[in-house]
Design a protein. Structure first.
Lengths: 335, 335
């Protein structure tokens, strides 16, 4: 019971290293594999002036222009928000759906957008006036077919509804954004944090059609994001050579992790270049075992067989994961 | 007309040095006196880990606890927001008033909280279910009497309304926050940016009673502010000796600026330790003259006789202001 309670806290969000250190009384150098955040951060320079002065309107335009060039979206409809998680919640407040649906397994922020969304397990629009989904999916990494998604967008548009596509994990794949399609009634969310390894900066984007885009800008005011977010984000989105290198690094390490997990008798059932999802008989036991080796992973409240495992920062981290897995209780998942 | 258009952009917000540099073709080292932001910033240290990792829930609690100790508020009801400007807009969306009023001269963010607030020039609650005001006032520095405000809070509470007090400029005065009164139906906003000289960090607080506080927390999610905002804000609010020194510095410089303006034939009609408000016959002419000397001040769209002048950073800045004022067109305001 104490173990179940201890694990519950880690099924809410990843990244809770402070909590893990206390819960498992392991005071070692933890490896955080509980998030989909890249361990290789974009080299961010902070100019003290960015902290002192009010963010400049021209700087905000430059940021949104640089980001829109990566997404293939219209800069005027590409709105910087203080984290895509807040972006989701504000979109929920502004879009005002009556019968919203979340494509499962959904991210907690998708469920928090509306008071009582319905979970669906397929791309259904019938009976709903809003559909929220992650693309790639989290934690399964599933990429919903683009053409089917276009059909859903048009169905939702026809009844004044909304298609909301959360592309928080899309950058590592390098596929063009759904925002580039310019479908009607489609809202896309992007995040700096995961791919650029800068989750603490709190920078995301909402790409939305004109009437909603204007309402969101009014709700955010003239300083939607911090000075450092503007400077760092503008540099990061403009630096396409670094992005290409990051994609190579992430794809390579994700392949190594997946191979390692499979060799250790775990079943990889999905993932992206940011994380691998495995199934095992008792994910809680595996989570606890790894935590006792100062490796934090991500269990799920709605599935006791799944564990999501992020990218270690280097060969040493990979070796520590391999070593911990040698004594791990990898029971077979139920078939 | 071109001059009027050029000035209009600076009546929206202060701090637009980039715009000023272009508009007045003055490529010198500008002195920014257009905001109420202290020129002496709290010495902020940025830990790269704050940029990389998701902000820790325990860190957020520590920040809100340190800030609440300064405000005299309940930490559970003291909610960190990514800038008090966004805080105002979110409060507007959540509080849902039908007949809101703004005590003039109001800040642009107060007007943006609701679609059509009424401007009032006294502390009236009759006919309104929400009243927003700045304390101290901006730009006049007026401090609404605490006892009268308490009466207004109870009147608004009796009809399920809201009293909203924006204390963005309150820190420099050192007076206890209205939040310490724990009045019913009262929402208080605080800002890190002005007093601590860290407007680019985007950190503010909404102090609100339980039902609204909970709704605001749900709308913001688990990462309402950035990692640097948490680290810097926690240190700044806990550092009461620095705050005392800052109050002395700001009060001293504000007195020097006010004396200088009066000696130059301008009429100080209000202000705080963050800025001085003067009246003159043609504020646009004075604004333009100072801009041509690379000194940015703050004109107002709703009053052609007023100019707000912030704190120069040092004796050299004060001397540049004095020198520019010697050739300025200080016409007497209409009586």
């Amino acid at each position: 019971m104490a173990a179940a309670r201890a694990i519950a806290a880690f099924t809410v969000h990843g990244g809770r290293i402070g909590l893990a250190r206390a819960a498992f009384a392991v005071d070692a150098d933890w490896i955080d594999l509980s998030t989909g955040i890249s361990p290789w951060a974009y080299p961010a320079r902070i100019d003290p002036a960015d902290l002192h002065q009010l963010p400049d309107p021209a700087g905000l335009v430059a940021l949104e222009t640089a980001a829109a060039a990566v997404f293939g979206s219209d800069p005027a409809q590409t709105i910087a928000v203080p984290g895509s998680d807040i972006g989701l919640r504000l979109v929920g407040a502004l879009a005002g759906a009556q019968r919203p649906a979340v494509l499962g397994p959904g991210y907690s922020g998708h469920l928090a957008m509306w008071s009582a969304p319905q979970m669906v397990d397929a791309l259904v629009t019938a009976g709903h006036d809003a559909l929220v989904l992650a693309r790639p999916g989290n934690p399964d990494g599933m990429i919903v077919d683009r053409q089917q998604l276009g059909v859903a967008a048009r169905e939702l548009a026809a009844k004044d509804g909304w298609l909301i596509v959360d592309e928080a994990y899309a950058d590592a794949g390098g596929e063009p954004s759904i925002a580039a399609e310019r479908w009607p009634a489609t809202i896309v969310l992007r995040s700096l944090g995961k791919f650029f390894g800068l989750a603490g900066v709190r920078l995301g984007f909402v790409i939305a059609p004109p009437p909603l885009a204007g309402r969101l800008r009014r709700m955010l005011g003239d300083w939607p994001v911090s000075g450092p977010a503007i400077t760092i984000g503008t540099a990061a989105y403009a630096d396409t050579p670094w992005q290409a290198g990051q994609r190579t690094r992430m794809t390579g390490m994700a392949a190594e992790v997946t191979a390692l997990l499979a060799a250790a008798g775990l079943t990889p059932v999905g993932g992206t270049s940011c994380f691998t999802l495995v199934e095992t008989g008792d994910a809680a036991a595996l989570f606890t075992h790894l935590a006792e080796h100062a490796i934090l992973t991500r269990p799920f409240a709605d599935n006791p067989h799944r564990l999501r495992i992020g990218l270690p920062p280097d060969a040493q981290g990979l070796a520590r994961l391999a070593s911990a897995l040698q004594t791990a209780p990898q029971s077979r998942p139920p078939t």
